[in-house]
Each structure stands twice: as C-alpha cells, then as structure tokens.
Design a protein. Sequence first.
Lengths: 361, 276, 289
Amino acid sequence: MARISLEHIRHAYSDKAKAAGDYALKEVHHEWEDGGAYALLGPSGCGKTTLLNIISGLLQPSDGRILFDGKDVTQLSTEERNIAQVFQFPVVYDTMTVFDNLAFPLRNRKVPEAEVEKRVNEILEMTDLAGMAKRRAQRLTADQKQKISLGRGLVRANVNAILFDEPLTVIDPHMKWVLRSQLKRLHRQSRFTMVYVTHDQTEALTFADKVVVMHDGQIVQIGTPAELFERPSHTFVGYFIGSPGMNLMPASIDGASARVGDQTISLSGAPAVKAGGRIELGIRPEFVRLGREGMPVTITKVEDIGRQKIVRATFCGQPLAIVLAEDDEIPTDAKVSFEKSAIGIFVDSWRAKTETARQEG
Amino acid sequence: MNNRPVNNSSGSRLGFLIPVVYILFLALPIYWLVNMSFKTNGEILGPLTLWPTNPTFRNYMVIFTDPSWYNGYINSIIYVVMNTVISVSAALPAAYAFSRYRFLGDKHLFFWLLTNRMAPPAVFALPFFQLYSAFGLIDTHIAVAIAHCLFNVPLAVWILEGFMSGVPKEIDETAYIDGYSFPRFFVKIFMPLIASGIGVAAFFCFMFSWVELLIARTLTTTDAKPIAATMTRTVSASGMDWGVLAAAGVLTIIPGALVIYFVRNYIAKGFALGRV
Amino acid sequence: MEKTWNNKAWFLVLPVLVLVAFSAVIPLMTVVNYSVQDTFGNNEFFWAGTDWFTQTLTSPRFWDALWRNLVFSAVILAIEVPLGILIALNMPKHGIGVPLCLVLMALPLLIPWNVVGTIWQVFGRVDIGLLGYVLNSLGVHYNYTQDPTAAWATVIVMDVWHWTSLVVLLCYAGLVSIPDAYYQAARIDGASRFSVFRYIQLPKMKRVLLIAVLLRFMDSFMIYTEPFVVTGGGPGSSTTFLSIDLVKMAVGQFDLGPAAAMSIIYFLIILLLSWVFYTVMTQSDAEQG
C-alpha cells in the first residue's frame, strides 16, 4: 500500500514520435493517495492503458519520474515495484490447476505454503471458484478464466497497488455487477491503492472514490463522481459523463450574463473569459426546466426510456436535450429555463472560473 | 532506448548470439561449396585455401554451355511448377470441403490423406516406375509432377484447411445470399481471403518437389532428368570434376533462395496464422 | 466451427481422390501384389503367400536396418527439438532481424537433398573439405569413409544442419502467437525465466511442437538421399537405413518380392509410430478437465 506520485510523466512509443512531439501520453503530474480507489476513465486510445503500464513498470516513461511513498521507482522492474495488475483479457496458466494459478504469484515470492493455502482459499471463496480449485484452468469459460486473473491480482497481501485494465470486459453483465461490488468491498476491507481503467462510466462511477477522466493523452479532470457530474471542468467531461451528455452551445459573455442566439441568460457570477477564446455555455439536461415561463423552444422528439423522458428540442437553432421525470407533463407551447447554479461557461473547452464560485480544476 | 516495453519476453542479453551462431553453422558448409565452385580442380585438390587464389568462372561456363547441364535446371523447374499448380488447385476445393462440411467418412478420409505424407518415397519408387511405364509416361515432366502429388497434395490440403477454418463461415453465407454462385464466390471472394495460405501451401509444394530426388530420378532418363540427378555425372574416367560439381550445387541453391526471398513476408505471416 | 452435413462435399474432394488414387493407391496395390508372389522373370508370377514377410521379419539384415533407423531418429529428435526451441526462444521479435533470420534459416530446407549430401560430402572430406581438414589437423582422427563413428556423426550433424530450421520456424510461429499480456502477467506475478518457459511458452508451443516432432520423425525415418550420397550406407553397412536397404534390394538386386514385403512392413511401422507419437502427445490434453 503506497502513495503513488507521478512527476511530469510523458510517454511516446518511439523516438520518431517523440521528436515529432507526438506523445501518446501528454504530461501527467499527479498524486494517487494511499488506499484510494481510483478509476481512469476515457475512450479507447486516450492513453489510459499507457499510464497504467507506466505505473506498473511494464513501460518506461520517456520523461518524468514515478515515486512510491516518496521513493523513486522509475528504474525499478515490475517485480521490484511489488504491484499487482489484472488485464483486459484473461491470462491463465493453462497447464496449472485453478488453485496453482492463484498460488503462482505467492509461490514465486517464496511465501510459506501454509500462508499460500490460506490466501488462495480466501480468494477462491471470494471469486466463487472454490468448487473447481483442482480443475485445470484450460477448459474453463472466459469469465471463469477472468476470475482467476482477478484472483491472482488480489491474492498477494502486501502489494503497493492493484491495477485493473478494463478487467470486466469479457464478463457477462450480471457477474460484472457482482464482481464490482466484491472489489469495492475488498477495497474497503484491505485499503489497497486501486486503479481501475475503464471506458464505462457506470463502472467508473460506482467503483471509485475519485475518477480520473482522460482525453487525448491527458488528464482533463480528477474528482468525485458528483463533481464530475455537477462541475465538469472540460467540455469532454460534460459530454462523456452523463447520458445524454451536457448540452453545449456557442455563447458570448457580457459581465454576469451570457447570450445564446437572441436570448440572454443570467449567470450566478461573472466568468473570467479571455478575449478571443471560443466560448460555450454548458448545461446538463437534468438542469433544464420545461414550463410555461422562460425562453422559446421547439420540441422535436420525446424519447421515453422508462423512469425518465428525454426531450429533444431546438433552442436558438441549437439542439438541446432535456431530461424529465417519467410523469412530468410536457406543456403545449413549452418554454425552457436553465438552473442558474448548474450553468457552466467554457472557454476553449476548459471551464471558466467565475468570480463568486471558485473551484479547482 | 528505454521507451520500448522493457524486455518483452525472453532471453538474456547474450541471447541473440544463439541464432547468430546457428546461422554461422548453417553458412559454413555453403561457404565452402561456393568457395570451391570458383576454384580450379588443381587448386581444390592442392593445399587448402580459404578463398580462391585464382578465381575462375570455368566451372559455371561448363554448366551454362552444355545443354545436358542447363536442361537439368529447366526440367526441374518445369515439373516443380507443374506439381505446385496441380497440388494447390486440387487441394483448394478439397480443403474447403473439409473445413466447411461434414460428410460420410470425412475424418477417415482426412487421416488417410495424411498417411500418404508418411509414405516413404523408397517404397513407391519401383511401383511408380512400373505404373508410369505402363502409361508410357516415363521420362516426361508430368510423370514426376503427378508422382510428387503423393506427398504434396495431402500437405497442401492440410495447410489450406487450417487457413480456411480461420475464415468465418458467415462470409460464405453472406456471399450466397448476395447471389454469388459457388465457383464465383470461391474465386472472387474466398481465394483472396486465404491468399497467404495459398502462398504458404505453394511454397511448401515447391520446396518438397524441388528437393526430392529419389522418385524424380527413377521416373526420368534423359528428356526430363532433373538437375539434381544430372549432378551424378561429374564422376568420369578422369576422376571427379569437383569444381563443376560445386558450381552445379551452388546453382541448385539459388532458385530456393529466390523463392524464400520473395515469400518471406508470407512465410512469417503464414507460419503465425496457419498450421504449419 | 459448426459444420453442416453435406455429402455433396465429396465432389469437392474428388480431384484429390483421383490424384491420390493414381499416385498412391495403385502403386501400393502393386506393392501388395508383389509381396505375395514370386517371379523368375518373364512376367510369370507364382503365389508365394506370406513367405516374403516371414523372410523379411526373420532376416537380421532387416532388424539391423530398423534398429539403426530408430537410433538415428531418436538421436536427431533429441538434438533438433531442444535446439530448435532454444533458437526460436532467442530469435528477434521485431525489426529487420526477423525476415533476415527467417530467410537465412530456411535456406537449407530448400536445397535439393542430394545437394545437401554433396555439400557435406565435400565439406567433410579429409583431403579437400574444410571440416575434415581442420579436424584432422587438430589431431582428431576423422574420416567418414572408414570410421563408422565418424560416418554416423557426419550423417547426424548433416541432418541437424538440414532440418533444425524447420523446428525453429514452427516453434517461432507458436511463440509469436502468444499475446504480450501473458508475458506482462508473468512479470507481475514475479515468474522466473524458467517459469515463463515452463508455464507459458511450452504449453503454447505444444501444438506446433507436435507437428514438428511428427514431421521430423516421419522424414528421418524415411531418410535416403542425404546419407546415400555421403556414405552410400557405409562404411560396411553402418549407415544403411531402411530406405537405403530397400532401394538396394529393389533396384540393385531386383528382389521384388522381399522388397515389397519390406515396404509394407516399413510403411506400417511408420504409421504405427506416428500414431503412437500423436496419441502420447495429445494424451495429456484429454486426461484432465
């Protein structure tokens, strides 16, 4: 269990790419607290796995340093870093039994056999594999194999961190939910530092205390699930988290009010906008009110998705999504209003600070 | 540089020496043969020299000017190419049948085909001679080409079946729904998909037909005599003509080397994907 | 893949059947025919029953050749398979080295077999060969035309030279198909170099190794041309393998009946041994799970 600090880490996959400034991972400078449960969230190819492999030591970063509890481990091998990692696709040792698979990381480290027995049995219990401990791993199904992989990641008692690289991709939905809650429980019991890479926002938001959102090789926001939802610091976070994503529309700012098309919307404070930047106004569909008062809007479509309704509308020539509760009425000749505190102003995709409500980001 | 995955898999730092030493071991006898082919017989039989002191092309000139020598090459190449074409074209539909359908006796048939790969040429040499004599095919290229099908057809079926099994069946079904007839589908859609498999199969057919001598020599006398058999001529009344023998040997290595060079990417890929 | 039942598929197999019937079945029938008959020439044949088989199976000459062949196959498998694995493990994984190694290593496979024989015949000669000359000047008494041990060593080294590359190429194919995640997981698990080999590489190479062992066994058991060119089966009959003996009998002495009987026994032995290899090597798969 350790505090992991990444100092000015950058990575390019070849010297040529490096010379061209083509970094798969742009500068990352961040500290992962001891015992935290983090999710690394982002679309495919955003550099999540690169970052994970740099932490585990499978990759050496082109620039920067990694410290575990203040000790520089950049040059240390994976074994020396004492890290566990679970991969996207199941890796099992075909010729070994399930039990031996789980015991493998311990036996390699010369853990006494009694201790091995105890740890492995705990893991077998947890992953529901106890019934097949003596079976050979080769003939198991994909999700049983992945459970073995997960189990091998969890079996060691004193790792600095456990890293998960989209570990539940091949698991069926029901089992996914079960395993995720088990991981969560395990985290609470053991307080391992856990880093969980995924492109699935539900997975990230339910597993992690802190979610790290990555986009195009850089970290765009780190925050609790609520922060990401309420105060996205980058339009990408607004768009990527939430379903449907945040409404964004081009706007201009005049003191403490914004203009979208021919409408003026008052804000809770005056945002700090620099001249020449591309300004957008963002509001989550959940914070758009539909009623008889407010600004004119044309409703084009209503999607009923069970407990909620999504209203697709056009506002000042821009598409606008609105989320309503299932039994909310949609008035004829509806008008919209935006909840003032939920409006965000974005300059060149980054959230602009307002004078009244300051926030980190 | 450190920015690659740190030591991906295997080996110590000196591991690369093993393939290097192995390649040197492979090269040494070939070097000696090439060396000899540029020497005069006098120098060959004299004190050992590591490279020709008086390089001569005489040995090669003998081969290029004497029809009984260079026809050997032409004969070999004719029957090898014929065999490759016959083997691969016969094996294609059969491999498709084995990879896509179950039919009466399919498993036994497949195994029986493979057993032919295990048949020692020495066992077949004599019956072949009698069979082809009966058909008046002795000393023709086609006789050797068909005889080599004995081991090349099973091999080609085996290799191609492996590649074809890797192509999802849905592709066939989609094509039939789109109104393709079987032959048109097979040639236009299916064959391009298994191009590297065909390349690998053709390579192996070429290889085994090119290197085989026992059957080829038994079935030919003069008109279709392969180069490898012609080489036995170098023993004459005046003793062994070592220089010409070496030159002829070097020339038999060249077609193989060219073939490998041209299919090198197929081979790397084919080996990784297919069965062999 | 689920296969559909379709007996029309026989039509697709037909060309192969015709070819193989012509090049395998008819000749094989001829062999069977000869094996049970006797002739005094002039195409007059007499029923000989199992005489030739009895004669072959009781002749020390056959058993000697069979024994030599088995020893030869065992020795070259024991050398070529581990050596091939070792080389494949140390092959470069990417870059220019890959095609370079593949091309250079495949070269011996494409040399006509009698030329392989010629190359080693020349290379090993005491008077004009580099190997023979160097060994003798180092004080090693080496002469493959007189000394059976030297003849055996030459034939074995020649086969290693000729065929190890096949094992290398097959093993290499098996190795490159292992996903990187396996190696990464092994490093995370703290596996030693040997564990990686034992638990990841070897199991993944198993299928291609089976092919390699079968092919090498079959071909070494049928070996004819290369030793024939180098040693002619000698000195004495120390390197007379089954094929060499068979050709001597059939073509040299024109003893068709015994040769045919021997052919059939020979063929059956190869089938039997290949089947044993196949079963043994696939056995461990089936027994558990």
